[in-house]
Write a protein that binds this ligand. Structure first.
Ligand SMILES: [Zn+2]
Length: 384
């Protein structure tokens, strides 16, 4: 078992996987609809001797791919492949999916016997935009991580970062029900659901002044009536609430719901709440895994620009990190000041720098797995 052999295998297959990543850029699929991307990545693993189960955990676009190389620890690599509505791969999940699968196949090619087990979990719908987002939470509920000793993934970014945090997140839909009436002829007979939604946003804007600085409250009005001459009968807010700690998130979510209740009371509308995605936790980066991953990055000649970054976004990898030792490091795919969730970020995933980042991410993950398989001190530290 040598990293050299594994890295050589990764290099040999790199152009194949950058072509898959580029293909995903041109064919973005949103959460729970990533049929082509999931099939393609699972197919690669199957063709390389992994035992693949798909669908998995009750999700059509989830998969589990296992390669067992004797007794030893079980390490999971997490592949994401969902895109953003309207933006495509503006979060670079094409790079994530390909890096995880390439790392696993490199390991399979270069590992000897008596090392341990490598699992790739295909985890759909990380982006909260779609209903029932949070594929990794479904995996956890399915028991996928029972017997797993560590879980790794990499996420593309404009710098290499190890140990970045993420916010806990609640995704809510708030539905107001009013009463339609002629907006000019009989407005006094109507109950205006859109006004309830607007009052609610005004409540959020006042609330922002009185919450901790890590809190994010952001949303859209996805329905606000059907015609100007009809008092809006129905209005819908889709909203995320985020905070760095789960218990504080709970507090803020209640305040947010009170804003909506106030909007409903003020207008006479009825209000209903629906959680649209699994609740995401805050990321706990395992210090043992972080140190090993950092050493592997440095051995690959990579600079680590920061080791602690407070991330305002959220990821379902955080939920995994509450179940098994886990890391969610960031890999540089561009030197520019690109902003995530933008078309420019999606375009950057096609560049030579991004393809190089894909290789670095795959190698650093594979190198970390090799170190865990080979070192009992790390295995002991992880099991503590
Ligand atoms: Zn992402």
């Amino acid at each position: 078992m040598t990293k050299q052999a594994i890295y050589a295998a990764i290099d040999a297959k790199l152009s194949h996987f950058t072509a898959i990543s580029d293909w995903m850029y041109h064919h973005p699929e949103i959460g729970h609809k990533e049929h082509q991307a999931a099939s393609m990545l699972a197919g690669e693993l199957s063709a390389h001797g992994f035992a693949v189960e798909m669908p998995y955990a009750g999700l059509a676009t989830a998969f589990k791919a296992v390669y067992r190389a004797g007794d030893g620890p079980t390490i999971a690599l997490l592949a994401e492949y969902d895109a953003l509505p309207g933006i495509g791969h503006g979060c670079g999940h094409n790079i994530i999916g390909c890096a995880a699968v390439l790392a696993a196949i490199g390991l399979k090619e270069g590992l000897g016997e008596g090392c341990g087990t490598v699992i790739v979990f295909g985890a759909p719908a990380e982006e909260g935009a779609v209903d029932n987002a949070g594929g990794k939470v479904f995996l956890i509920e399915h028991g996928a991580f029972v017997g797993v000793d560590a879980a790794l993934m990499v996420h593309p970014a404009t710098r290499n970062v190890i140990g970045g945090s993420s916010n806990a997140r609640e995704a809510l839909e708030i539905v107001f029900k009013g009463k339609p009436a002629h907006a000019a002829g009989a407005p006094h007979e109507g109950i205006n659901a859109l006004d309830a939604a607007i009052q609610t946003f005004n409540g959020f804007n006042a609330l922002r002044q009185h919450v901790q600085s890590d809190v994010r409250i952001h949303g859209i009005i996805s329905e606000g009536g059907v015609a100007p001459n009809i008092v809006p009968e129905r209005a819908v807010i889709r909203l995320y609430v985020r905070a760095s700690a789960a218990d504080y998130l709970e507090t803020v979510v209640e305040k947010v719901k009170n804003c909506a209740r106030a909007g409903a009371l003020a207008t006479g509308a009825e209000v209903q709440f629906r959680q649209t995605a699994k609740r995401y936790k805050n990321m706990l980066n395992n210090s043992v895994l972080s140190a090993v991953f950092k050493a592997n990055m440095e051995a690959l000649g990579e600079e680590i620009e920061e080791t602690q970054v407070a991330g305002a976004g959220s990821t379902d990898m955080a939920n995994v990190s509450h179940v098994v030792p886990a890391i969610h490091p960031y890999i540089r795919i561009s030197d520019s000041k690109l902003v995530g969730h933008s078309r420019e970020f999606a375009d950057a995933t096609l560049t030579p720098a991004a393809h190089a980042g894909l290789a670095v991410g795959a190698k650093a993950m594979a190198g970390t797995v090799v170190d865990i398989f080979g070192r009992q001190d790390l295995q002991r530290a992880l099991s503590r």
